[in-house]
Design a protein around this ligand. Structure first.
Ligand code: PLP
Length: 452
C-alpha cells in the first residue's frame, strides 16, 4: 500500500502548513521535512506512506492494548452509529452501552469500586477526580481539605488541572500552572535517588517524603494523594517493594483519599487488570482511559468507592460536572467489546505469564552493554536507562542526547520506542508474541552497538 513518493511529500507539506501537533517542536518538524505519516496497522505492526514496516514498541501512546486491525471493533462502532450515534447521559437519561460498560468495569476493578463516571481523555478523568475530591470534602463540611499530594516525574495529563497534578517541570512552564494547593514529592525512582540504598530502605524513604509533605501542609488541609501504580510517561518508574503499602498506610493514618491513575497501568499492562491489583492497593478513586478502548475510541472513566460516592448518592443537590460526551454510546460500545476481547483472548494472563517474563529476560540481556545503566520491567512495560557517561563524545551534551539518537536509529531500523530523559521506554501492544519481543530486543541491541 505504498503511496507514490510525490504524493507522500505533498501530504507532509500540507501537514506542515496546517496542522499544529501536540508536544512538538514545529521548527524541528519543518527541518525534518514534516511528520512520518502512518497509514495502517495490524497486530503490533505499523506501516507508513513509504511502505516502511515498524514494530510499535509503544502501542501508540501506551494505549493500543489489543493491537491494531481489530475489525470486530469497527463492526461494533458501525452498528452503534447506525442504532444510536449519540445521546447524553445528563438529565435522567441513559443508554444500553454505557450501562453495560459501567457494570462490566465494576466487575474488573479492585473490590469496592462500584460506581463509574465517564469522560473522554485521561486528562479529563483526572480533572474529574480533582473536582470530585474537592466536592467530597466540601460535602463533609471540610472545604479546607484542598491539598493534593502528587509526585515529581508524574504525568496526569495536559489540561490546567491535570498538568498541575503532574510533576514534570516542563509541564509547569506556562503561567498559572501549577494551580495552588498541589504539592509534589520525590518519586520512588531508585535510579535517580536511591541507587546506593537497599530497596526496602528506599521504599521507606520515598514513602516518608509523602508523609513529610502531608505534615508540612497540615493533615487537616490534605484532600488526596494521587499516583500511578507504575509511572509510565515519567520513565516506567517501578516502585520498590513495600512502597505502596506504606503510602497506603500513610493515607489511612491521616484520613486522606487515595487516587490511582490507571490511565497507563490499567487493562492488563502490569499483568493484572489494574496496577492497583499488582501492588495490592485499595484506592478510593481510580482514573482510567487508553486501554479502556485500546485507543479505538476516545473514552475515559473515573471509578469511585462507597466512601466517595456516598455524599453524591445520599445528599440532595448535584455534582456540577460532566461533558457532552460523557459515556458516549459509540465509545462505550467499543470499550465494552475491547474488554470482551481482552477477556476472551486471555491477554491479561498472556502479559503475566509470557510477555512480562520474555521482556524481562530479553531486555535483561542488554543490562551488561556498556551503554546500559539499568533495565526495569513489569508486565508489558519496560525502561532501559542509558549511561551517557560511558559514551565518549556525548558525555558533555545535554541530557537525553544519547537516548534520542538511539530512539531515532531504532526508528530507522523499524522499531518505535520513546526517549525519556537518558532512557528508552517500551509498552508494546499486549498481544505481542515472544518472537516479536525477540525482534524488539534485537533491533535495540544492534542500535546500541551502532552508536557505542
Ligand atoms: N494519566 C497518565 C498516567 C497518562 O500517561 C496520560 C497520558 O499519557 C494521562 C493521564 C492523560 O491522558 P490523555 O492524554 O488521554 O488526556
Amino acid at each position: 500500500m505504498n503511496m507514490p513518493f510525490a504524493a507522500s511529500e505533498a501530504l507532509r507539506q500540507q501537514d506542515l502548513d496546517h496542522h499544529l501537533h501536540p508536544f512538538t517542536d514545529h521548527r524541528q518538524l519543518a527541518a525534518e521535512g514534516g511528520p512520518r505519516i502512518i497509514t495502517h496497522g495490524e497486530g503490533v505492526w505499523l506501516w507508513d506512506t513509504q511502505g516502511r514496516k515498524l514494530l510499535d514498541g509503544m502501542a501508540g501512546l501506551w494505549c493500543v492494548n489489543v493491537g491494531y486491525g481489530r475489525h470486530e471493533l469497527g463492526r461494533v462502532a458501525q452498528r452503534q452509529i447506525n442504532r444510536l450515534p449519540y445521546y447524553n447521559t445528563f438529565f435522567q437519561t441513559s443508554h444500553e452501552p454505557v450501562i453495560e460498560l459501567s457494570a462490566k468495569l465494576t466487575g474488573l476493578l479492585p473490590e469496592g469500586l462500584e460506581h463509574v463516571f465517564f469522560a473522554n481523555s485521561g486528562s479529563e478523568a483526572n480533572d474529574t477526580a480533582l473536582r470530585l475530591v474537592r466536592h467530597y470534602w466540601q460535602a463533609l463540611g471540610q472545604p479546607e481539605r484542598r491539598v493534593i499530594v502528587s509526585r515529581r516525574h508524574a504525568y496526569h495529563g495536559s489540561t490546567i488541572a491535570a498538568a498541575s497534578l503532574g510533576g514534570m517541570s516542563s509541564m509547569h512552564d506556562i503561567p498559572g500552572v501549577p494551580i495552588p494547593d498541589v504539592v509534589h514529592v520525590g518519586a520512588p525512582y531508585a535510579w535517580e535517588s536511591g541507587k546506593a540504598m537497599e530497596q526496602e530502605h528506599f521504599a521507606e524513604v520515598a514513602a516518608r517524603w509523602v508523609e513529610e509533605a502531608i505534615l508540612a501542609a497540615g493533615p487537616e488541609r490534605v484532600a488526596a494523594f494521587i499516583g500511578e501504580p507504575v509511572m509510565g510517561a515519567g520513565g516506567v518508574i517501578v516502585p520498590p517493594a513495600g512502597y505502596w503499602q506504606r503510602v497506603q498506610d500513610i493515607c489511612r493514618r491521616y484520613d486522606i483519599l487515595l487516587i490511582c491513575d490507571e490511565v497507563v497501568c490499567g487493562f492488563g499492562r502490569t499483568g493484572n487488570w489494574f496496577g492497583a491489583q499488582t501492588f495490592d492497593i485499595r484506592p478510593d478513586i481510580v482514573t482510567m482511559a487508553k486501554g479502556l478502548s485500546s485507543g479505538y475510541q476516545p473514552i475515559s472513566a473515573v471509578a469511585v468507592g462507597e466512601r466517595v460516592v456516598a455524599p453524591l448518592l445520599e445528599r440532595p443537590g448535584r455534582f456540577p460536572h460532566g461533558f457532552t460526551y460523557s459515556g458516549h454510546p459509540v465509545a462505550a460500545a467499543v470499550a465494552l467489546e475491547n474488554l470482551n476481547i481482552i477477556e476472551r483472548e486471555g491477554l491479561v494472563e498472556h502479559v503475566h505469564d509470557t510477555v512480562g517474563p520474555a521482556l524481562a529476560t530479553g531486555l535483561g540481556r542488554l543490562a551488561d552493554h556498556a551503554l546500559v545503566g539499568e533495565v526495569r520491567t513489569l508486565g508489558a512495560m519496560a525502561a532501559v536507562e542509558l549511561n551517557p557517561e560511558n559514551m565518549p563524545g556525548t558525555r558533555d551534551l545535554p541530557s537525553g542526547t544519547l537516548a534520542t539518537r538511539v530512539r531515532n536509529l531504532c526508528f530507522e531500523h523499524g522499531l518505535v520506542t520513546r526517549a525519556v530523559r537518558d532512557g528508552l521506554v517500551f509498552a508494546p501492544p499486549l498481544v505481542i508474541t515472544t518472537d516479536e519481543i525477540a525482534t524488539l530486543v534485537d533491533i535495540l541491541s544492534s542500535c546500541l552497538d551502532e552508536v557505542a
